[in-house]
Design a protein around this ligand. Structure first.
Ligand code: PDD
Length: 285
């Protein structure tokens, strides 16, 4: 049984308990981060912790832990986990309240939880054949840049994909691509990699940044701009990215092939760069 951190204590996961009056449970009032860990080294920890700080500020939650303290806790969890490659979750809620009330309590004691699970990157078969996706209207709120625990809309939209025998749902707002239910989305057209711009309508993925950095480092033409629904459907290639899925090719959208309906040549290059980067940077630190 893996060890988790809960409110100052390290304990077995089945012994970690939070109050039913926790605002995370009753209102989904909290934020989280998922940090991938390769060979027991947290990847881009500083960036994940900066995004966590932005989420705290966005929901007006003051948590008196410095980045050094977060990192020390994350490292203790990593040490005690059973595998070298891990996915570390940090989740912080506005804590328990005495009576159920939407307004914040005058004084709060945040609930701070950290756990590690084995990191399962996608199987070779998904990478070699690509995955299927559907499209849907993005019905989330207007602060999708915050990594909040109120994930019901994302869960419903991911489940729509599963129910359709697919893996991801691409979200469109007012005719423009925002992101996936739990990933960022890239497209390739005529050799140019395109990504939607960072704004309040999508989460800026740490993997999204890595993919754009790799494109720049290897001289792959790329552009960050608003992308129309019809451009996505006419793309030569479509990819999804996230800390746990890395970069995955999407080969059908709403049952119609994207490009040739197989993982494209630009994906093959990016995948190679990503794996090299993992070997030479992520695992080495
Ligand atoms: N989610 N957009 C959304 C809505 C996401 O949930 C995620 C990742 C991303 C990609 O972010 P990153 O590259 O930093 O992982 C984009 C994580 C993995 C999760 O909720 O488990």
């Amino acid at each position: 049984m893996s060890v988790v951190y809960l409110n100052g204590e390290f304990l077995p996961r089945d012994k970690a308990v939070v109050s039913v009056m926790d605002r995370g449970f009753l209102f989904g009032d909290g934020v989280y981060e998922v940090i991938p860990v390769y060979s027991r080294r947290p990847f881009r920890a500083a960036e994940h912790l900066r995004r966590l700080r932005g989420s705290f500020d966005g929901i007006r939650l003051d948590v008196p832990y410095t980045s050094e303290q977060w990192l020390a806790l994350v490292e203790r969890i990593i040490e005690q986990a059973g595998t070298d490659d891990q996915s570390v979750l940090i989740q912080v809620t506005r804590g328990p309240m005495a009576v159920r009330n939407h307004a914040f309590p005058k004084t709060i004691t945040p609930t701070v939880f950290i756990m590690s699970e084995p990191l399962h990157t996608p199987p070779a078969e998904q990478r070699e054949h690509g995955i299927a996706a559907i499209a849907a209207a993005d019905f989330r709120w207007l602060r999708c840049d915050l990594k909040v625990t109120s994930l019901l809309a994302n869960c419903l939209m991911r489940q729509m994909a599963i129910d359709a025998g697919c893996m991801e749902t691409l979200l469109f707002r007012d005719g423009y691509l925002s992101e996936g239910a739990a990933s960022n989305i890239f497209m390739v057209k005529d050799g140019v990699l395109l990504a939607p711009p960072k704004n309040h309508l999508m989460l800026t993925g740490i993997t999204y940044d890595v993919v754009l950095e790799l494109a720049a480092a290897h001289g792959l033409p790329h552009e960050v701009r608003d992308i129309l629904d019809e451009e996505v459907r006419a793309a030569d290639e479509l990819w999804m990215t996230s800390s746990t899925k890395e970069v995955l090719p999407i080969v059908t959208l709403d049952d119609k092939p994207i490009g040739k309906g197989t993982p494209g040549p630009v994906f093959q290059r990016m995948y190679g760069w990503y794996q090299d980067f993992k070997r030479t940077v992520m695992r080495v630190g």
